[in-house]
Design a binder for this molecule. Structure first.
Ligand SMILES: O=C[C@H](O)[C@H](O)COP(=O)(O)O
Ligand SMILES: C=C(OP(=O)(O)O)C(=O)O
Length: 449
């Protein structure tokens, strides 16, 4: 294998990257990013890998979720806090049901670049470059907004740094204390059936804590009750940005990606000879790979050889995103081939990306029941093949958006326009996310048995 360097990807075909008209400006920005502090430190990356190693042994469960694409405009405390809160709630529901630790990873603090099916978009007879995420261009349909602008890389760094600062405070500063579990429910969820169900669960947790404390258990000595570990992730799509944030860990003598704890390869950029695989093979982070319905067993094994030649526990997360109608047929041969090769990656289910449809009024949407169906079939495929269903990966937000259809709120096509805020793919709202956690909790419980 040829030697890896942070820029060795530049010799490979790089799909889904914009052509910047002003190359010198891009280079200036890259140099500035190289001089900025790392957002993530090597010790945190090792810790996440240990947690994922536990998942791969069937001792824990991975919950990964957040925006399809973070936005520079929808920025502030509320969106971050509400998403964090719903992830905590989902994790509590799953932990309680499966009696196992849940590793919490946000699609957050860096999820700014989007792969697109088409390079251009046409509206009203005008054709412009597609929106590719706020790190590249703007979502507004105008020639100026759609021009790729290198200055956006610095904005993405600064938004990521602020978001991460808030997440660290939320995770460690008292908000995530289990004694506060009643405060995690947003008002619009509280009045729903799943809000009420969560309140019952919160009551049971509060009573259990009170009982244990009455028995002499000293809660002040149990840091796990007062804080959570929360990790960040995004798609490693914008390689100029990722290269500029690669840092060398002198102690381990390894490079790592300092933009997030975990980075993943998208379905559209996982070519074995491509630039994205080349970059990710050289860094020490946990690495995810999206696996769509066209993937053959040999494709998956080849990617595993390239990205994890040493077969290190907790290094690889294979994120199956097959679609509810294909998962039962396409996933089992992959699970079998990986098991027969003696490999134990984390297997995770993304029930969002294979289930996107267009509503009768022209919105990109997803059906709650199809999402649930793909997850159930994912668990069934693992039961059939004797492998461990290690996690779930969602596009979701804590806010009260109307982007996915169905769920107990029974969102219909007509209601999508009420609060459709995503600039790219539809997300589950806070209520739908919590409902999904309850609906999948029983499946997880029996899978772990
Ligand atoms: O979120 C993922 C992708 O960017 C998205 O599914 C691609 O969407 P498109 O088919 O509208 O380009
Ligand atoms: C683009 C994404 O997914 P996929 O690569 O699976 O299409 C995503 O998760 O944002």
């Amino acid at each position: 294998m040829h030697p890896w360097t942070p820029d060795s990807w530049r010799g490979r075909p790089a799909l889904q990257l914009p052509a910047y008209p002003d190359a010198p400006s891009l280079q200036t920005v890259e140099r500035r990013l190289q001089a900025l502090p790392a957002l993530i430190f090597p010790g945190e990356i090792s810790q996440l890998r240990e947690r994922l190693a536990a998942v791969s042994r069937g001792e824990a469960f991975l919950l990964q979720g957040g925006d399809c694409a973070e936005s520079f405009d929808e920025f502030g405390q509320e969106p971050v806090e509400s998403t964090f809160r719903v992830i905590l709630q989902m994790a509590v529901v799953l932990t309680y049901a499966a009696a196992c630790p849940v590793v919490k990873v946000g699609r957050i603090a860096g999820q700014f670049a989007k792969p697109r099916s088409s390079d251009t978009e046409t509206a009203g007879g005008v054709t412009l470059p597609s929106y590719r995420g706020d790190i590249i261009n703007g979502s507004e349909f105008s020639p100026a907004a759609r021009q790729p602008d290198p200055a956006r890389l610095l904005q993405a760094y600064s938004h990521s740094a602020s978001t991460l600062n808030l997440l660290r405070a939320l995770a460690q500063g008292g908000f995530a204390d289990l004694h506060e579990v009643h405060r995690w429910t947003a008002d619009f969820v509280r009045r729903s059936p799943q809000g009420e169900r969560f309140e019952e669960l919160a009551d049971r947790i509060t009573q259990s804590l009170a009982f244990m404390e009455a028995c002499g258990f000293d809660a002040t000595r149990a840091p796990q009750l007062h804080a959570v570990e929360f990790y960040t992730s995004h798609e490693a799509l914008h390689l100029h940005y990722e290269e500029a944030l690669a840092r060398y860990d002198e102690r381990k003598q390894r490079w790592y990606g300092a933009s997030a704890h975990m980075l993943w390869l998208g379905e559209r950029t996982r070519q074995p000879e491509g630039a994205h695989v080349e970059f990710l093979r050289g860094i020490d982070n946990a690495v995810g790979v999206k696996i769509g319905p066209s993937a053959k067993p040999d494709d998956v094994l080849r990617l595993m050889d390239l990205l994890d030649p040493g077969q290190q526990p907790g290094r690889l997360v294979l994120i199956a995103r097959m679609g509810a109608d294909k998962v039962a047929e396409r996933l089992p041969p992959l699970l079998r081939a990986v098991r027969q090769a003696g490999r134990t990656p984390v297997w995770c289910c993304d029930p969002m990306h294979g289930n996107t449809v267009t509503s009768s009024n022209g919105y990109k949407t997803r059906d709650f029941e199809r999402i649930l169906q793909e997850m159930s079939l994912f668990f069934a495929a693992h039961a059939q093949e004797g492998t461990y269903p290690g996690g779930l990966h969602f596009e979701m937000t804590g806010q009260d958006v109307t982007e996915c259809r169905g769920g107990a709120q029974a969102l219909t096509d007509a209601r999508l326009e009420e609060r459709y805020r995503s600039a790219c793919d539809p997300r589950l709202n806070g209520s739908q996310s919590l409902e999904l956690a309850f609906r999948i909790a029983d499946v997880l419980k029996s899978a772990r048995r």
